[in-house]
Design a protein around this ligand. Structure first.
Ligand SMILES: [Zn+2]
Length: 247
């Protein structure tokens, strides 16, 4: 795919629109392949991190660029995160590069990401190399799951069901053991809540009563067996039962 334009975010108009969106209430600024699509690493990161720092919001950068070029961008993002004081507020989605270089380079990059407090999101990609999720977490990187697309112009797949997404991640990551599926489950629940800064999350007294109830003997079974979603509870109220919206 060729992108005739480059330096899109360097042009004041685009950065100004992003900045205006944050001023009007958007709570996160996003970037996209600073090199592969924008062709302007510094200009792209200047714009994204400039807005994040000025407006005190987090940043997510979708990074599909693979190989050592992608790794170099991850290291640059980590450096920017530290410089802007945005530890714990920056995520890189996909980071396919981490699945396309040798394990030593992944380990070194993971240490850089962990030190800077940059999280890595994976949705269990179908057509690209998946980062070694367990290795990243072993090195202290906050690894979490996201749904990416929901039946949109980019992909016909995705349904917003994060238990389903845990299965996709587990399938793509070749998870087999219960503890691995529990890791996939944590990616789409607790870890994702931490990255998003959601407070009062989890099965605890006083936490928000938002949850899905299924019939399963374990977390691993709930992912692998894809049981019927018996109840969906929102704010303590049943909003769907057996897949049908409650009246
Ligand atoms: Zn994406």
């Amino acid at each position: 795919m060729a992108f005739p334009q480059s330096g899109i975010l360097r042009s004041p108009g685009t950065a100004d629109l992003l900045d205006a969106a944050i001023a009007e209430g958007a709570d996160l600024v996003g970037g996209l392949d600073p090199v592969g699509i924008d062709g302007d690493l510094d200009g792209h990161l200047d714009a994204v991190f400039g807005i994040a720092e000025r407006r005190d919001v987090g940043a997510d950068i979708h990074l599909h660029d693979g190989g050592e070029g992608g790794i170099a961008q991850l290291v640059a993002i980590a450096g920017r995160t530290t410089a802007a004081g945005l530890r714990g507020k920056v995520a890189v989605s996909h980071a396919f590069a981490l699945g396309s270089v040798d394990v030593d380079m992944v380990a070194r990059t993971a240490d850089v990401l962990a030190k800077a407090g940059v999280a890595i999101m994976s949705h269990g990609p179908g057509g690209a190399a998946i980062p070694p999720l367990a290795l990243l977490r072993q090195h202290g990187v906050e690894v979490f799951g996201g749904s990416d697309n929901i039946r949109d112009a980019w992909s016909p797949f995705g349904n917003g069901d994060m238990l389903d997404r845990a299965m996709t991640i587990g399938y793509r990551a070749n998870f087999r053991h219960d503890h691995e599926l529990e890791f996939a489950f944590d990616m789409v629940t607790g870890a994702a809540a931490r990255v998003l800064g959601i407070e009062g999350y989890g099965l605890a007294v006083g936490a928000a009563a938002d949850f899905v109830a299924v019939e399963a003997g374990s977390v691993a079974e709930a992912i692998a067996a894809r049981p019927r979603r018996k109840y969906v509870i929102k704010n303590g109220r049943v909003v769907a039962e057996d897949g049908v919206f409650a009246a």
